[in-house]
Structure formats: C-alpha cells, structure tokens
Write a protein of this length. Structure first.
Length: 541
C-alpha cells in the first residue's frame, strides 16, 4: 500500500471559498477520493492556508500569503522534511501549480526528493501526482515553474498599471489600515477612498496632544488601555497598545493629509486624504521625539556589570537597569516585557537586585572559570565532540551542493552557446541568466553553510586554545579586581568604577548572554558552557 502525503494550498485565505477559487476542502475531497480508489494510505496532510511571517527573501520577516512562488511556506517545508526522510511514496496535490510556481520552489522540491530517494534503500523513487492520478514528471514541473514565473511577471505588470491609474484618480488600490482612517468603496470604480474615522481620529489627536504636553509614551499607553480604546492589527500585536505602536502613530506622516503608495521599483504616488493632525502640532511632536532620542544616549549613572547582556529567562526579552531605592545598592535589572505589560501574566519576581546579581555572576565566573580552567576545557571539548558528529553528517550534503553548482554552470554555458548561435531571443537569454544566477547564489550560500558546519570542530579547537590563554592571563589580573562588596564600599567611587569596568570587560569576553529566572536560576551562555567559544576575540578581553 502506497503511503501518500497530501498537499493543499490557497494563495489568499480571504478568497479561498469564493466561487472562482478551489477551496482547501474541495482539493482534499478530490485527493482523498483518488486515494480511496487506489487503496492508498494517507500518511499526512500538509495544508498552507494562513498568512505567515516569511523566513526567506523576498519579503523576509514580513507577513505574506502562502503563494506558490514561495519556498518557505510552513507546511510545504514540513512536507519537504517528510520527503527527505523517505517516508512518503507519493506526493499528491490537486494540481501541480498548488506545489510550485517558481523555479526556486521546484529546486527545493527536487532536492528534497533526491535526498528522500537516497533514504529508500532500493524502493521505487518518490512520485508526484495530481488529483486525477496523472504522474507529474520532475523535469516537466521545473519547466512549468519557469513559465508560471513569467506569467506572474506579466500579471504583476498589468496589476501595476491598474494601481497606478487608480492612484492617479485619487483612490487607494489596496488595503489601508491606519488608526484614525477608514476606506469606502466607490461603486463601479477600482480602489477605495480614504476617509476619516469619526471614532478613532479624536483618539489620534489625543495621543499627539498628550505627548506635546509632556506626557510620556508609557503614560499614554496606560490611558489608552484604561479607556479601552480599540486597536487595529490585533492579530499582529503581542501586547495591548505596545509602545512601538504608539511611536509609529506619533511618526506617521499620513496624518498631515497624504497617503503614499510605494512601488517595488522605488516609484511613489501620494493621494490626498483628510488631515487629522495640523502641521504645527505634528512638527512640535517630531522635534520633541528627536530631542528625547538624543537624550536617551546619555551615559548611565553608574557602571553595571551585566548591562546589555542580561535577558529574562522566563520570556527571553532583554532586561534593563533601573534605578530604584527599593533595592540595596540603588539599582535593579528589570524585564522589559513584564514592566511594560503589568496586566499580562508573567512569573514574579521579574526584577532582581542589581548588586546581588552582579556579585553572584562575577563569583561564578571567577570560581568556576578563571580559577578552574580545567572545567572550561572539559566543556569545550564536549562541544567539540558534538560539532564533530554534526560535521561528519554533512559530507554527502556538501557533495550534493557542489554537484548542483556544477549543473548550474553547465546550464549557463548552454544558454550562452544558444545565444551566440542566435537560437534564443535576448529577452529570454537575460531571463535565463537571471534564473541561473539566483540558483547559483542559493547553492553557494548552502555550500558555505554546510562547510561552516563541517569546520566547526577546527574553530572550537581554536576557541579552546584561546580560552586557555585568556584564563591564564586573567588569573594574573584577578588579585587587583576581586574585592568583596564590603571592601568595595570602602573605596572611593572613582576606584570602584575602575574595578567594575575591568570586571565588565572580563564578563563580556567570557559571556554572550546571562539569563535570569524568577526562581533565581541564572544561566550563562558563552565560553563557560563551551558554546561558540571560537567567536571570542582575544584582543577584546
């Protein structure tokens, strides 16, 4: 019985159930019917229907729809993992364009199938079929992907012309979501007219007026939450009225009466919209924000051992130094997320006495690091063995990447010969060259990544040698800077700061990050646990 992996996709979740689109349910129904007729076992279903945050270029880090041109679709990647493991006999899709609509996606699928075929120990190669049962040839699929890409380019050109015409007529061609505005559809016309939101626009003015009057952004946030002011983009916001959102509102030039559409080629077109904030108020707010930004760079009031490398172990966010009389020594390390979002659940306590934490970390580094270099040597050697095992497993992947690079070079040479003989048009030649360059960059990056993983053992050995040399040198300096807290209090402030700065250099040379948990646990990442030892620079210590 063949083991089948079903794949279904819709490009836009908002239109998947419209009359002219094939929904996920329809795709699955036809594929399941085929499996039932052939007595195939459905091993897994992979469904991409929701927008997600892109992990690959283009638009890396942005929210995107699961287009067939993207190779980083979450469920598509999960399917590739199953294919690479050799678990799937048949990859079944409703139609081939559900899987692939770009050459880079075809390459990712083909590479996964090559790896999966190697894992099958003589069993038949993995097949790709559509809901009619027709076999989809791998080579034909890559050709179709190139054609679909060109088709999408033409569609994008037509779409751009339509958007430009809509903008020139004073309407907005896409979605426009800003606090204080709504859009209205004009019957029989493309695009929408941007109008003022009578409920939210006064709130935007209130935010500007409060900030102009000297009220801090944190206080503005408390005001908005207390008055239950509605907020847009709620699906993308981690916290109610987060501070970055308020700062974006205060910087938004649209409130001066113009919305600007930016095309991918850099062209911009501005549409007139209702002005919510008058010019004088807007510029006063910008001036104050710029002034505060400069002032925020002032030097700290003291030298804090772990400033900049401390993170909350419970939520992973950074911790800042906060001056407070509630703690001995006058300062504490405080979690950003917990302090700015007190209404959200977070393990307590989320702030920790600064001098106590500094001293505890310093003592750990001295007692189990500087004075015990043998401990670090054992940890780094364990890390070396781990990376050696990882490196041994990538040799075949490196060979495959080199093979793919050689194939790309042959393909480029073929197109160059065809162009020299006049058998290929100039436009098509340029397109083929661009595609091969893109594929070559991908495999070159992949080859460098694999080689880096293989060579980690050598780098960790260099880090081990560095750590031994560094710790030997630090032992000689230790007597001058290892005073206990009671002894430190008897020294002049200038001398205290000098000692703290010397300790700070050592801590930052040995530690990448210090995680502090509500249950008082402290986790130190860096040379002390043998991780990333090779990345430390001896000169910076």
């Amino acid at each position: 019985m063949s083991k089948v992996g079903l794949y279904a996709r819709v490009s836009d979740p908002d239109i998947q159930d419209s009359d002219d689109k094939v929904s996920i349910e329809q795709q699955l129904a036809e594929m399941r019917a085929l499996c039932e007729r052939n007595s195939w076992h459905i091993l897994a279903q992979f469904i991409d229907r929701e927008s997600y945050q892109a992990t690959q270029n283009p638009k890396k880090g942005k929210m995107v729809n699961p287009s067939g041109e993207r190779a980083d679709r979450p469920q598509f990647l999960a399917m590739l993992d199953a294919i690479k493991a050799g678990e799937v006999d048949v990859v079944l899709c409703w139609r081939d364009d559900r899987l692939v609509r770009h050459p880079r996606v075809a390459v990712a699928l083909e590479d996964a199938m090559d790896i999966g075929d190697a894992q099958r120990n003589g069993r038949p190669k993995i097949e790709v079929r559509d809901a009619t049962g027709a076999l989809i040839d791998r080579f034909t699929l890559s050709i179709k992907a190139t054609i679909w890409r060109e088709e999408n380019k033409r569609r994008a050109e037509r779409s751009r012309m339509g958007k430009l015409a809509t903008l020139q007529q004073g309407r907005w061609p896409g979605g426009y979501r800003r606090h204080g505005y709504n859009t209205v559809k004009k019957p029989g016309k493309r695009g929408r007219i941007i109008v003022e939101d009578p409920e939210i626009a006064p709130i935007v003015r209130k935010i500007y007026e409060m900030y102009d009057a000297g009220v801090g952004v944190s206080e503005i946030r408390k005001y908005l939450i207390a008055h239950e002011v509605p907020q847009i983009y709620t699906m993308l916001c981690k916290h109610d009225w987060g501070l970055p959102l308020i700062f974006r509102i205060l910087r938004r030039e649209d409130y001066l009466g113009g919305a600007t559409w930016r095309f991918s080629d850099g062209t911009t077109v501005t549409v007139d919209i209702p002005q919510i904030i008058d010019d004088d108020l807007w510029h006063r707010v910008q001036k104050r924000m710029d002034r505060n930004k400069i002032l925020s760079k002032r030097n700290a009031k003291g030298v804090y051992l772990l400033q900049g490398i401390t993170r909350c172990g419970d939520c992973g966010n950074g911790m800042s130094v906060s001056r407070s009389r509630n703690f001995s020594g006058g300062y504490a390390y405080r979690c950003h997320t917990a302090s700015h979002n007190p209404h959200e659940p977070h393990p307590n306590p989320y702030n920790h006495n600064g001098p106590d934490l500094d001293w505890a970390v310093w003592r750990h580094i001295v007692d189990y690091g500087i004075k015990r270099p043998d401990v670090i040597r054992e940890q780094v050697q364990a890390r070396q063995v781990e990376l050696q095992a990882q490196g041994d497993n990538v040799d075949s992947d490196i060979a495959h990447a080199r093979h793919r690079l050689a194939e790309v070079a042959q393909e480029r040479a073929f197109y160059q010969r065809q162009a020299a003989r006049g058998k290929i048009r100039e436009e098509e030649f340029d397109a083929r060259m661009a595609e091969t360059e893109e594929t070559e960059r991908y495999w070159q990056d992949e080859l460098e990544r694999l080689q880096e993983l293989r060579d980690n053992t050598t780098r960790v050995q260099a880090g081990l040698d560095y750590a031994t040399e560094l710790l030997t040198a630090l032992q000689e300096r230790l007597a001058k800077i290892d005073q206990a807290p009671d002894e430190m209090e008897t020294l002049p402030e200038e001398k205290q700061n000098e000692i703290l700065k010397a300790r700070q250099e050592i801590v930052r040379a040995l530690c990448d990050t210090v995680y502090v948990y509500a249950d008082k646990r402290v986790k130190i990442e860096g040379v002390l646990d043998g991780s990333e030892a090779a990345q430390f620079d001896l000169q910076s210590s």
